[in-house]
Write a protein that binds this ligand. Structure first.
Ligand code: 13P
Length: 283
């Protein structure tokens, strides 16, 4: 059984300055491809799930599928709920035994976000889980959650207080990255990231990983980004995988060959990121 807590995966990553990929799985094909990739590359892995995906499959189906696949491998794997603005959905996942949740209170006032995040932290502690916090909305909509624009920045002192006093375990800082495909290269606030890490010594989470260069990833990881989120690239690989296969073999009616090919595409994608993030061989 190698299902572990998020800190068991991120503490060493933060300390040794490598990144752990957190992929937004959507089903059994993606989950299996990602977990097999981690096992082959000896890399730790975070499987994260959007609220939309939770509603599609159900909290328990995802948890059971994850547990069953993860317990067959020997690398550490953890199950995380991505961007959840609804405390009720977070509660359901925590009660079902998910390992961590991102409570996304970025649409709330500072005070209300602080209060609700601290409550989720207490709830999570009861099941041995932990919480990622978010104060300022990351630009771009992630599976129906979020907005096109980045939220207004707050004084860094407010962010530091939020990080130190809500009880969160890791934090999604507003550093100019965005969900989805970039239309132009983002202007990244490296300095702000550095200040937050220096002040709090908390593992940081990179949102909007798709489309960043290896150099950008590595610079952010060196500054203390331990969890690196990838969603759009996985969705693209998945959809392109089906499309290309079916276009190439329009009269072959062999579902297992089709999904096997897509699963291999997902595996290759994940292994490429493990290399870039420096997590290959760390498990
Ligand atoms: P991308 O969709 O840009 O890869 O971002 C993923 C993410 O940050 C999930 O929260």
């Amino acid at each position: 059984m190698t299902v572990v807590s998020l800190p068991e995966i991120l503490d060493p990553a933060f300390e040794q300055r490598y990144g752990v990929a957190a992929f937004n799985a959507v089903d059994d094909i993606t989950m299996d491809g990602l977990i097999k990739a981690a096992e082959e590359s000896r890399s730790p892995l975070i499987i994260q799930i959007s609220v939309k995906t939770v509603h599609f499959w159900g909290v328990d189906v995802i948890k059971d599928m994850f547990t069953d696949m993860a317990r067959r491998v020997s690398v550490p794997v953890t199950l995380h709920l991505d961007h959840c603005p609804d405390p009720e959905v977070a509660r359901q996942c925590l009660e079902a035994g998910w390992n961590s949740v991102l409570f996304d209170g970025s649409k709330l006032s500072y005070e209300e976000n602080f209060r609700q995040t601290a409550e989720i932290v207490k709830m999570a502690a009861q099941t041995g889980a932990c919480v990622e916090g978010e104060l300022v909305a990351v630009a771009g909509v992630e599976d129906g959650v979020g907005s096109d624009e980045e939220g207004a920045l707050l004084p860094i002192e407010d962010e530091i207080t939020f990080i130190r006093e809500t009880g969160i375990y890791c934090y999604a800082p507003p550093i100019g990255t965005a969900h989805g495909f970039y239309k132009a290269a983002p202007s990244i606030r490296y300095e702000r990231l550095q200040q937050l890490v220096e002040a709090t010594q908390m593992p940081m989470v990179l949102h909007g990983g798709t489309g960043l260069s290896p150099e950008v990833f590595q610079r952010l990881i060196a500054l203390g980004t331990a969890k690196v989120n990838i969603s759009t690239d996985l969705k693209k690989t998945y959809a392109d995988g089906f499309r290309t296969y079916l276009e190439e073999k329009p009269t072959e009616y062999n579902p297992l060959k089709l999904i096997g090919s897509v699963r291999d595409d997902v595996k290759r994608l994940a292994q490429g990121y493990f290399k870039i993030f420096g997590s290959e061989g760390k498990a």
